[in-house]
Design a binder for this molecule. Structure first.
Ligand SMILES: *Cc1c(COP(=O)(O)O)cnc(C)c1O
Length: 369
């Protein structure tokens, strides 16, 4: 492949046609309702509940603030069991709440928290489990729920990668005490920046809505020491527009994933994740795992080679969260404690996947491999 090919990145955000945004802007200019639970905000909450098949959603300025707030809404304290194989915000949200993360290894098939290893990490201080549906792959939700029930723990899912994904017909965002979504530019559904919490009662939604708006309940009453984490009307308007396209976008992602699999399946030492049974995936990422002994090159060598050819994959998730300076002193973070996560972080590259990615480029990437 010639170097003249333009740079291809791991993702490229989808935007609806600009002229479709114009009427929304006109309405905002007309009404001067810019934020604070405006009409677009209300519509987007309603439409998202419908689309995702969940009962209650609270919109946020971004996913990280949603996560920080969800932990407070659930009154989670002490220690929380979580995965090191995620974006660093998952653990940062605990840290910002003065909660100690306790890292537990992942399972190799889905790269999600390994339920077989959770119980050994539970102590008298444990109050919750924070698993991540990483790459949109479903955690072992039934096993995790069973353990949580037995020990009286809360379950908060980081569902930042799972927009539109369904397990046996049920939205993956519907599991756990709460699930947190991200609508960041790089995600399957984007509002530039944005996020949400899915919860299961009207009272809890009201509590979350207070928490994200300084603790205000009405005009003069402050019921809790809340933060400002509100989504604004521009973000909500973009979200309403994006929803019109989302099914098409996910279909397109599926086609890309299928094309990769078709072309990569016979390369020894390049492994990928198969779709989970009874799962409607959203194909947020396409990770491959490079087994050096069989493939000949190690992951970093392949990553550099692709870069030389203007293909910019990303090593999600490397380093592990547990290897960052803030966390690596924790006992659960020590080297050798999480062999599966450590190996996975050394082998993974996420290949470009986004709506509009040319089929010929995918084939070229595969032939480079
Ligand atoms: C993107 C992401 C977040 C953070 O979301 P923001 O909206 O960027 O704050 C949290 N967890 C995971 C797994 C993510 O990928």
């Amino acid at each position: 492949m010639s170097k003249s090919v333009k740079s291809i990145y791991v993702t490229r955000p989808f935007l609806p046609p600009l002229e479709e945004f114009q009427p929304y802007l006109e309405q905002i200019w007309e009404t001067r309702q810019l934020t604070n639970n405006g009409p677009f905000h209300q519509q987007l909450e309603e439409k998202l509940c419908e689309y995702l098949g969940v009962q209650y959603i609270s919109l946020f300025a971004n996913g990280t603030l949603a996560m920080v707030t969800a932990l407070q809404a659930l009154r989670i304290t002490g220690e929380v069991i979580t995965t090191p194989f995620s974006f660093v915000a998952t653990t940062h949200a605990l840290w910002w709440n003065n909660i100690k993360p306790v890292f537990v290894d992942i399972e190799p098939e889905t790269c999600t928290l390994d339920p077989d290893k959770i119980e050994a990490a539970i102590t008298s201080l444990t109050t919750a489990i924070l698993p991540v549906h990483v790459y949109g792959n479903p955690c072992k939700v039934d096993r995790i729920e069973e353990i949580a029930k037995r020990y009286g723990l809360k379950v908060l899912y980081d569902a930042a990668h799972t927009f539109g994904a369904k397990l046996k017909g049920r939205s993956l965002c519907d599991f756990g005490d709460m699930a947190v979504l991200s609508f960041h530019a790089t995600k399957v559904f984007n509002t530039f920046e944005g996020g949400a919490i899915v919860c299961h009662s009207k009272e809890m939604k009201e509590h979350i809505d207070n928490l994200k708006n300084f603790g205000f309940q009405g005009e003069t009453t402050v019921v809790t020491s809340g933060i400002n984490a509100k989504m604004n009307e521009m973000q909500a308007a973009i979200g309403l527009l994006q929803l019109k396209y989302i099914d098409r976008l996910i279909d397109e992602r599926k086609e890309i994933a299928d094309t990769y699999r078709e072309h990569l399946k016979n390369i020894s030492g390049i492994n990928f994740i198969s779709d989970v049974k009874y799962m409607h995936h959203c194909y947020s990422y396409f990770p491959i795992f490079v087994e050096k002994e069989k493939y000949g090159l190690d992951r970093d060598a392949l990553y550099e080679k692709l870069k030389e050819n203007n293909i910019f994959g990303r090593r999600y998730f490397y380093p592990l969260i547990s290897q960052f300076p803030t966390y690596r002193g924790l006992e659960s973070a020590l080297a050798g404690k999480m062999p599966v996560a450590e190996r996975t972080a050394k082998e993974v590259i996420c290949l470009p996947i986004y709506p509009g990615l040319d089929k010929r480029v995918i084939k070229e990437i595969c032939s480079m491999l």
